[in-house]
Design a protein around this ligand. Structure first.
Ligand code: GLA
Length: 393
């Protein structure tokens, strides 16, 4: 399904195009019309690990590490500075970067990131101030969009602090249009934490929209975000993605199994894969998790379908499945409990129309054989088994 057709279907599902326009009618202005993020964006963002402690040296080293670790070759592209880079506006109203932390300015940093074959992202806020009290974009939409475009920004995350009295769909559409007027392709990341039902309007406004509060580096927070974002699968399509928040893989609060589960269910949800750890100091296990190409391929599959929960024995054993372009299914057996448990994936429930399927384990990188009607395995506690099921005719 093309992005435009996908958008149209989503719009129909949302009941926002009534009556049905003739086929030659232009589609409403939309972020997917920017043609970007046809698969979920991949990259890195400073917030989860560094919070306000950002500077140009760290960002440059992060770009270097994205290349040397193999992450760029695995598909990661956007290096995004989150909050706290900005300190004021100048006499012309232009945003000013912290000159102690960014002595060479943002444009020079964007140029450096581009020189590494990567793309550059930045953060602002739709309200008067950012969540950390820095100047927000309210009333400066066109100027900020133009400034970002001049600096060579490829991705903007727009937050929702100090904005409570505003109408979210209106305000975000204003910035979408300001970005479009710059003529520069810029991915638009909406961050209002799912507080204004963004799954109903954001597919026409942004390339991705947060569905939850901020993630924390814990198993329970990660699962909360899975449960919330997992409810909005019908809103996702190429160019427009639910965003359950940035990854915590490698930040130290979860076990290796838990991080593999986190990465797997984000892939099943076709979530943006935005790493949030210190790329300069990664264990081999963290690199292996973040660069598992078979898992990344599930996330980046061009069909662009978000997987759904297809079976559960509440509250702790679940099977999630995601349809893939070639007719196969990615299937996650998720054990949320603290004891090992046998989990069965029933093929018809996972959407497989054939009786038999070849099963491949995407973490072991092993074919497990051909199975009829179902596949079962014991899954360790707080862990996932991620499979690709290829129908056998
Ligand atoms: C909010 C966002 C976070 C981060 C911080 C920065 O909490 O949800 O992702 O951007 O603001 O202040």
């Amino acid at each position: 399904m093309s992005a435009r057709v996908g958008l149209f279907v989503v719009a129909l599902v949302m009941g926002s195009l009534a009556p049905t326009p003739p086929s030659h009618a232009p589609l409403p202005a939309s972020a997917p019309a920017n043609g970007l993020a046809l698969t979920p964006p991949m990259g890195w963002n400073s917030w989860n690990h560094f919070h306000c402690d950002v500077n140009e040296q760290t960002i440059r080293e992060t770009a270097d590490a994205m290349v040397s670790s193999g992450m760029r070759d695995a598909g990661y592209r956007y290096v995004v500075i989150d909050d706290c880079w900005q300190v004021a506006r100048d006499a012309n109203g232009v945003l000013v970067a912290d000159s102690t932390r960014f002595p060479h300015g943002i444009k020079a940093l964007a140029d450096y990131v581009h020189s590494k074959g990567l793309k550059f992202g930045i953060y602002t806020d739709a309200g008067t101030n950012t969540c950390q009290g820095r100047p927000g974009t309210l009333g400066h939409e066109d100027l900020d969009a133009r400034t970002f475009a001049e600096w060579g920004v490829d991705y903007v995350k727009e937050d929702w602090c100090h904005a409570a009295k505003l109408d979210a769909p209106t305000q975000y559409a204003k910035f979408r249009d300001a970005l479009a007027r710059t003529g520069r392709p810029i991915v638009f990341s909406i961050c209002e934490w799912g507080s204004n039902q963004p799954w109903e309007w954001a597919p026409r406004v942004g390339n991705l929209w947060r569905t939850t509060d901020d993630i924390e580096d814990t198993w329970s927070s990660m699962l909360d975000n899975l449960d919330q974002s997992g409810q909005h699968a019908t809103a996702a399509s190429p160019g427009a993605w639910n965003d359950p928040d940035m990854l915590e893989v490698g930040n130290g609060g979860m076990t290796a199994d838990e991080y593999r589960a986190h990465f797997s269910v984000w892939a099943i949800m076709a979530a943006p894969l935005i790493a949030g750890n210190d790329l300069r100091h990664m264990s081999p296990e963290t690199v292996q998790t973040l660069t598992n190409r078979e898992v990344i391929a599930v996330d980046q599959d061009s069909l662009g379908a978000q997987g759904i929960l297809v079976w559960e024995r509440p509250p702790e054993l679940q099977v999630w499945a995601k349809p893939l372009r070639d007719g196969s299914r990615a299937i996650a057996l998720l054990n949320r409990s603290s004891a090992p448990a046998k989990i069965t994936a029933y093929f018809p429930r996972a959407g497989l129309r054939t009786d038999s399927a070849q099963i491949r384990d995407l973490w072991q990188h092993k074919n497990l054989g051909t199975f009829a009607r179902q596949f079962a395995s014991v899954v360790p506690p707080h862990a996932v088994m991620l499979l690709r099921a290829i129908p056998v005719r």
